[in-house]
Design a protein around this ligand. Structure first.
Ligand code: PLP
Length: 365
């Protein structure tokens, strides 16, 4: 298969638009007449500051981020960020609310417990197939903040009607690793949003932190400097230490690409692509099953089983690969199949997947 015939359904690191990769290829050896590659450039140089400055400016425009929020491009992945958050936001009040609706929310919860007292907002669900109604949530009204994951990449659970009004007295902290830049965000609802970029934004390595300015500088005394947002905010070019220059540059190219496309168009496509796949799955009378409550189904990561048969699923993944539909294996913790359809996945790729699924079903009744 040629490159143009491959559709990559990886959950991350995942596909980037071909146009973005081509631009990076063109600029690889010589960025903007400097005669050197971005990989070889000092992070203190004007050239690199221009790259980060533009990436930040374009992200602010694309996502309509208000001026009273800092945008940081950090390292360590979303895992480091969910570990750093309690160190940055807690003071003498070490109480937190954590809403766990999947694998990654559970990771954040486990790490927060090392730092303070955490209220588990909902009872642990046996399988993460949605969320419970707000009326059943346990909330510590005096907690310092409320953490949740907007889109659970492993489990395919996404919020579409988050109870913002009911939680307006809580400081909301949100993991948007796998759905940032797939729809608009009302920033005033949030204190802090973070996202590993390796889904919709860029390659692995860079993690975006968007934090309201009054929350910076409140860190615990024991916070290591590299985890302290204030150190990053106060450093020239937000570079406290060496940033992941290449990943930031690549993210910048993709943000520029998304800005040209427009967030409305991106959001519309995400809806079209995911509906196409869910409608097909639901019409197969149990041959393919997505276990998530329809009210919480992710537009981005769509896990499903094939007759709950692991052998058949192995065959599905192998045969799909031969058709150019790659990286469809589900996360190790849940098995099955997972189709991740980030912004860079064209509608054509989802159509091809649906046709393959139908053919596979007929051939393997
Ligand atoms: N949160 C979510 C929603 C994720 O999807 C991931 C990774 O896939 C993480 C956190 C962890 O990110 P990282 O591997 O960058 O630490």
């Amino acid at each position: 298969k040629t490159q143009d015939e491959i559709y990559n359904f990886s959950a991350g690191p995942c596909c980037l638009p071909k146009e973005v990769l081509k631009k990076a290829q063109e600029e690889l050896l010589d960025w903007n007449g400097t005669g050197i590659s971005v990989m070889e450039m000092s992070h203190r140089s004007k050239a690199f500051k221009d790259i980060t400055g533009k990436a930040e400016k374009d992200l602010r425009t694309l996502m309509n981020i208000p001026d009273n929020y800092h945008v940081l491009f950090l390292q360590g992945g979303a895992s480091l960020q969910y570990s750093a958050i309690p160190f940055n936001l807690l003071d003498d009040n070490k109480k937190m609310n954590y809403l766990v609706t999947g694998f990654w929310g559970a990771g954040a919860f486990r790490n927060a417990k090392k730092v303070g007292d955490v209220t588990e907002v909902i009872k642990p669900l046996e399988t993460y197939n949605g969320c419970t109604d707000f009326s059943e949530w346990t909330i510590d009204k005096d907690a310092k903040y409320f953490h949740f994951c907007d889109n659970e990449t492993v489990d395919g659970v996404e919020f579409h009607n988050f109870p913002y009004e009911e939680l307006k007295d809580q400081l909301l902290v949100c993991d948007m690793s796998s759905n940032l830049c797939s729809r608009s965000v009302d920033w005033n609802r949030y204190g802090l949003v973070y996202a590993g970029a390796q889904k919709n934004v860029g390659p692995a390595g860079v993690t975006i932190v968007i934090v309201r300015d009054d929350l910076v500088g409140k860190q615990l005394d024991i916070t290591p400097d590299v985890m302290n947002y204030k150190k990053h905010v106060d450093s020239p070019g937000h570079c406290y230490n060496t940033p992941c220059c290449w990943s930031i540059y690549m993210a910048g190219l993709n943000i520029e690409y998304m800005l040209k496309k427009g967030l409305d168009k991106i959001e519309e496509e995400a809806q079209t692509k995911s509906s196409m796949l869910y409608d097909y799955i639901d019409g197969t009378e149990g041959y393919y099953v997505n276990p998530v409550d329809p009210a919480y189904r992710s537009r981005i990561n769509i896990p499903f089983r094939v007759k709950s048969d692991e052998k058949l699923e192995e065959k599905f993944v192998e045969e799909a690969k031969k058709e150019g539909l790659v990286q469809l294996k589900g996360h190790v913790s849940v098995g099955g199949i997972r189709a991740s359809i980030y912004n860079a996945m064209p509608i054509e790729g989802v159509k091809k997947l649906v046709s393959f699924m139908e053919k596979f079903k007929e051939e393997n009744p």
